[in-house]
Design a protein around this ligand. Structure first.
Ligand SMILES: NC(=O)C1=CN([C@@H]2O[C@H](COP(=O)(O)OP(=O)(O)OC[C@H]3O[C@@H](n4cnc5c(N)ncnc54)[C@H](O)[C@@H]3O)[C@@H](O)[C@H]2O)C=CC1
Ligand SMILES: N[C@@H](CC=O)C(=O)O
Ligand code: NA
Length: 450
């Protein structure tokens, strides 16, 4: 060996002159001990020695802020519990926030940063609403903000977009990023459960937000879409610029029809860059059963990323649940801890791009429109003419007959269009609904994926 060079042999750490000097433990504070927090506490305890070896210093859990210290918590040392969250964050090197919601999470994280701690959070609602305030405070204090768990639970997606693809140009992200709604839609399709029953199951399994409205109305997915789009396009995408539709309007009939036309209904988050700007939207869509996203079952998530040089990438895994989410949190804790031990910081916010966020009405999508019409000659031609008048062309039509009121026969038309803007489609549907022969517009759903 050359003089002074230190290399590892057979996995044994070489003597670098510091052997024997006990490294200073890093103090970890945990805010919240619910579905995710309880699993973070367990992993910190069970993997203490491995984590210490990976970081180069022990990670000591110094306290867990809870609302009520008297609630029994399996596997948690009651001596760690405190209701004094403000006091706790002031005596930590790394603060993990898994309370959720805007306040007091934001104030506690800002206080932690102000006291010199690095922070790890799973709180997409807060990051989408006010992430830049946290990033600016962290910059000023020279500490880290990590948030892998905030998007798609256990799936590494924040780190790949934020770091691995930092040298590329991301063009499009399409994903299933909400486990609860994917679980609910899956249960509606396979078990014929209604929406409320399926949501109750998702809550019991620890997938849903404290208020599951955030899941079913698409707020959670919209927050994740805003975070991903901001990272991917190096800009700030405000939450209010994300077009959002949830799954509450999806009926059992929609799900059944989807299956009969070779599709499944999925809640998608889409962020794309066009020549005119970026478009970020969350809405239910029909996905062909031949497309990989159609096979994403239960609370699993999947995210496709298309970048100029990398091409297509796909990320898949558990998007919700205590242990999977805690895995992502712990990965971030290790990163923040390593930065402390070795010196230096993790990635900082990159938001230099000044691109307009386009309205959803400008986005181009294919649609499936289901209508009931009076079954008489010439009706199909009238409907086709109404579409053509608005510049929307039909890709396929399928017709089935059903008994209507009295002796009337009703034709059920399922039309798939070529790509059209939301605005053109909305005007078309209005015109179609106004035709005498049209009895009802039963559903209008976007179709994504070929
Ligand atoms: N459950 C999941 O699958 C995932 C959750 N997340 C995020 O992780 C965070 C936590 O989620 P969950 O653990 O599911 O929620 P949870 O509702 O199970 O846990 C939150 C805990 O924080 C406690 N809490 C509320 N206010 C507090 C305060 N002022 N001081 C101390 N404790 C307080 C609550 O009593 C509750 O025990 C949220 O931001 C959520 O969006 C992210 C990814 C997946
Ligand atoms: N409620 C969320 C939890 C993870 O982010 C979901 O269902 O995906
Ligand atoms: Na993740």
């Amino acid at each position: 060996m050359e003089g002074g060079e230190v290399t590892a042999v057979d996995g044994v750490r070489p003597d670098d002159g510091t052997r024997g000097a006990a490294p200073t433990p890093l103090r970890v504070a945990l805010l919240g001990c619910g579905v995710v927090g309880s699993q973070v506490a367990r992993l910190l305890r069970e993997q203490h020695d491995d984590l210490a070896a990976r970081v180069g210093a022990p990670l000591d859990l110094v306290g867990i802020a809870v609302r009520d210290v008297d609630v029994p918590r399996e596997g948690v040392d009651p001596a760690l519990l405190t209701t004094d969250a403000e006091g706790l964050v002031a005596r930590a090197d790394i603060v993990v926030e898994v309370i959720g919601g805007l306040e007091p999470a934001r104030s506690l994280l800002l206080r932690a940063i102000g006291c010199g701690a690095s922070v790890v959070t799973a709180n997409k609602a807060l990051l989408a609403e006010d992430g830049p305030t946290l990033y600016a405070a962290a910059d000023a204090a020279g500490v880290d903000v990590y948030f892998e768990a905030a998007v798609a639970g256990a799936i590494p997606i924040v780190r790949p977009v934020r770091e691995s693809l930092a040298g590329d140009r991301v063009r499009r992200i399409v994903g299933i990023v909400n486990g609860t709604t994917n679980y609910v839609l899956d249960q509606m399709a396979t078990e014929r459960l209604d929406l409320d029953a399926a949501v109750a199951q998702a809550q019991a399994l620890g997938y849903a937000e404290a208020d599951p409205t955030a899941d079913v109305e698409g707020y959670d997915a919209a927050a994740k879409a805003a975070i991903l789009a901001s990272l991917a396009f190096h800009m700030r995408v405000p939450l209010e610029d994300v077009h959002r539709e949830g799954i509450t309007a999806i009926t059992a009939e929609d799900v059944t029809w989807a299956a009969s036309t070779g599709h499944v209904v999925k809640l998608l988050a889409i962020a794309e860059r066009t020549d005119d700007g970026v478009s970020v939207r969350v809405h239910p869509a029909l996905v062909p059963t031949t497309h990989p996203l159609s096979g994403v079952r239960g609370a699993f998530n999947a995210v496709f990323v298309e970048a100029e040089s990398a091409g297509e990438l796909m990320f898949y895994g558990r998007g919700a649940g205590g242990a999977p989410t805690a895995s992502a949190v712990l990965g971030d804790v290790v990163s923040a801890a390593r930065n402390r031990v070795l010196g230096g910081r993790g990635p900082v916010e990159s938001s230099y791009a000044d691109l307009p966020v386009l309205p959803a009405s400008a986005a181009l999508t294919r649609y499936q429109v289901r209508i009931d019409v009076v079954d008489r000659p010439g009706v199909l031609a009238q409907v086709a003419a109404a579409l053509a008048d608005h510049g929307v062309s039909i890709e396929a039509v399928r017709q089935s007959l059903a008994a209507g009121p009295g002796d009337a026969e009703v034709a059920h038309l399922v039309m798939t269009t070529h790509s059209a803007t939301d605005a053109a489609l909305a005007a078309t549907v209005e015109a179609v609904a106004g035709l005498d022969a049209v009895l009802a517009v039963r559903s209008v759903l976007r179709v994504e994926g070929n």
